[in-house]
Each structure stands twice: as structure tokens, then as C-alpha cells.
Ligand binder design. Structure first.
Ligand code: ATP
Length: 351
């Protein structure tokens, strides 16, 4: 699939802060890309730069192979939906949607047709004569979406689109956005700091930190194969130990000897090894000190409905274990347990 948006070496500084540090990224036509990362990592700046709301200090943005440097936001074939929706309160829903089209010189039947089409796409045709204050939060968002779609953009840019919604509406809107993107067949780029949201709706995620993209991939790939600590830490929970390579398949760390199926660097190299909490099995205490297991005391149990999270104290460390409720023996706080995990579950991370 050819790239609809190509970002090359994009750099943006605000005084001493490097908000974007030579970012390069391709976005394909049918992608739902989530920009994920901690507060201040540069997500919004990247989105705003694509929209033409920030001028980069270096690098370029190509949309359909056309360099966008120097083009004003309204001249770019992308549209940005803001968190606040930015609807005009004194205008009807239909006039809000028509606003940008009128500025482009559209009028008469062509204009009304386009407004109707955009409202139909978000199932809001019936509410065209209402004012924004007569709409629910979810409906306002759909009007804002319709206004973006009316201009038939090549990509839609969404800044924390679900942040203002309550939990139930958030789930529903997330599904709606996914369906809408499939129906429209245009690229969506969404900024979020919520990893569940990114994992749930995006076809690809770019994890950012301090103005750089650390890793991009399908949610499952990032979860299964994080390249470094920052991605591992930001995408779900992981138990991570620093250690030294002691053989072709072993690392010595605070969890004892950890056997690894993945390739390791040379003996003596420092690495971090990591295991997801759901890959760890708990059983009654055992004395033998084999590899890939530790014996410790359960310090905490957090009940979560379908699963429970166990924190097993082991020396200075706390091992996080997630178990399905109702599967196998129940363990309680204070129990001594042996936790073990297979070599194939161990990821080797850049420290
Ligand atoms: P959040 O999730 O908190 O919105 P973000 O990842 O979207 O964060 P950005 O808004 O892109 O982060 O900001 C990146 C960095 O650039 C931050 O350090 C921020 O303080 C800084 N920054 C952004 N806009 C400006 C500005 N107009 N003037 C000065 N500094 C800015």
C-alpha cells in the first residue's frame, strides 16, 4: 500500500525543548495509526505539523508525494479534529458542517448535497437544524467528524478523540471510529496517551518518547516484541530484570538464572530480560532452585473480575503475575509460592 503521508526527518524546537527530533514515518492509505507516548513526548506537535499548524525547523511532510512545506492548513488534503470539537455555538449542525465548504466556494445544491452526505456518514442527518448545545457529547463529536469529512480529506487527524467521553461512550465511539475508517478507506492518525485505546482501535501504533519514535508496529507485535524498556514499560506491564549474559541461552539477574530462547549478545554483555505477567505460572512452594523460577511470598492480590493480579515479593523485587480467576488453586496474601515461566516467554530488551 503506497504511503499517503510521508514524514522525513521532521524536527521542531520550542526554545530549548526538542518537541520532534528527526521523526520519519510513513502512513498508508488504509491505516489507523495511533501516536502513543507519555505527556510531552511530541505527539500533538507531530499531528499539528501534519495539519500545517506548526512550522517544522527541519524535514518535510509529503502528502500524496507533494511537499506540504509552506502550505497553509486549509490548503492541505488533511483535516484535524480537536479535542474540544471547536463547533460554532451560534450555527446549526448543518451550517457548522457547511462552513469550510463555503470558504472553498461551494454553494447551492452542490453544497447541500455534500453536507447531507457528510452528516449521513456519521448518522446525523436528522439533527441538521439543531444547535451544538442541543446535542450530547457523542453527537457533538460526530458533527465535528462530519465537518472534517465534508472536505473529503486524504487523512483525518484526531487529537485524543475519546478523552472527553465517559467509559461506555468511549467504548462505543471507539468501535464507531474503527467502522467509519473502514467504510471511508482513508487514513486516521490518532493521538492518545492511553495504551488500551491505542491497542484496541489502531492497526498500527507508533510509540514516542522525547520527540522520537521508539518503535512502530501492529499492537500485537509491540506487545509481544517490544524492542526496549520504554516500549515494554509503556505497552502493558512487564517484569524486567537487568542482568549479564552468561552463556548462549542464559542471563544472570535478580531472578537467578534466566534461560532465553531469543538470540543473546556475547557473554558478559549487559541486557534486560522481561516477562509478561500472564506468562507466569504459580504453584505451591518448591525448594529446588532451577532456572526461570523464583520462590517468594504473595504481598498483594488485586481482584479484577476475570483475572487477578498477584504481587510476589522476592528479595527486593516484586513479581507481577496475572492469573485467570477460577483456573487452578487460589492463592492468598502471605502464601509462599513458586513462580515459573518458559524460556520462550522471555524477551531480551536493549537496556
Ligand atoms: P500531551 O499528551 O501532554 O498532550 P504531547 O506528547 O502531545 O503531550 P506536545 O504537546 O507535542 O506533547 O509537546 C512536546 C513538547 O513541546 C513538550 O515539552 C511541550 O511542553 C513543548 N511544547 C509544545 N507546544 C509548545 C509551544 N507552543 N511553546 C513551547 N513549548 C511547546
Amino acid at each position: 500500500m503506497p504511503a499517503v503521508i510521508r514524514i522525513e526527518g521532521l524536527t521542531k524546537r520550542f526554545g530549548d525543548v526538542i518537541a520532534l527530533d528527526a521523526v520519519s514515518l510513513d502512513v498508508a492509505e488504509n491505516e489507523f495509526l495511533a501516536l502513543l507516548g507519555p505527556s510531552g513526548c511530541g505527539k500533538t506537535t507531530l499531528l499539528r505539523a501534519i495539519a500545517g499548524l506548526e512550522t517544522p525547523d527541519a524535514g518535510q511532510i509529503l502528502i500524496d508525494a507533494v511537499n506540504q512545506n509552506g502550505r497553509a492548513p486549509y490548503q492541505r488534503p488533511v483535516n484535524m479534529m480537536f479535542q474540544s470539537y471547536a463547533l460554532f455555538p451560534h450555527m446549526t449542525v448543518a451550517d457548522n458542517v457547511a462552513f469550510g465548504l463555503r470558504q472553498d466556494g461551494l454553494k447551492g445544491a452542490a453544497l447541500t448535497d455534500r453536507v447531507r452526505e457528510a452528516l449521513a456518514r456519521v448518522e446525523m442527518e436528522a439533527l441538521g437544524t439543531r444547535k451544538p448545545q442541543q446535542l450530547s457529547g457523542g453527537q457533538k463529536q460526530r458533527v465535528a467528524l462530519a465537518r472534517c469529512l465534508a472536505k473529503r480529506p486524504r487523512a483525518l487527524l484526531l487529537d485524543e478523540p475519546l478523552a472527553a467521553l465517559d467509559k461506555h461512550l468511549r467504548e462505543r465511539t471507539q468501535l464507531e471510529l474503527m467502522t467509519l475508517r473502514e467504510k471511508l478507506g482513508i487514513a486516521f492518525i490518532v493521538v492518545t496517551h492511553d495504551q488500551d485505546e491505542a491497542m484496541g482501535m489502531a492497526t498500527r501504533v507508533a510509540v514516542m518518547d522525547r520527540g522520537r519514535i521508539l518503535q512502530t508496529g501492529a499492537p500485537r507485535d509491540l506487545y509481544d516484541r517490544p524492542l526496549n524498556r520504554a516500549v515494554a514499560g509503556f505497552f502493558g506491564h512487564m517484569n524486567i530484570w537487568d542482568g549479564a549474559v552468561t552463556g548462549t541461552d542464559s542471563v544472570a539477574c535478580a531472578a537467578g538464572t534466566v534461560r532465553v530462547a531469543d538470540p543473546l549478545p556475547r557473554e558478559g554483555a549487559m541486557v534486560a530480560v522481561a516477562v509478561r505477567p500472564e506468562q507466569i505460572t504459580l504453584r505451591g512452594p518448591e525448594n529446588d532452585v532451577g532456572s526461570n523460577q523464583i520462590t517468594g511470598v504473595i504481598a498483594e492480590v488485586v481482584y479484577g473480575g476475570t483475572v487477578s493480579t498477584y504481587f510476589v515479593r522476592h528479595g527486593e523485587h516484586r513479581l507481577r503475575v496475572v492469573r485467570q480467576n477460577g483456573a487452578g488453586a487460589a492463592f492468598r496474601r502471605g502464601d509462599t509460592v513458586t513462580a515459573s515461566w518458559p524460556a520462550a516467554a522471555v524477551r531480551v530488551l536493549a537496556p
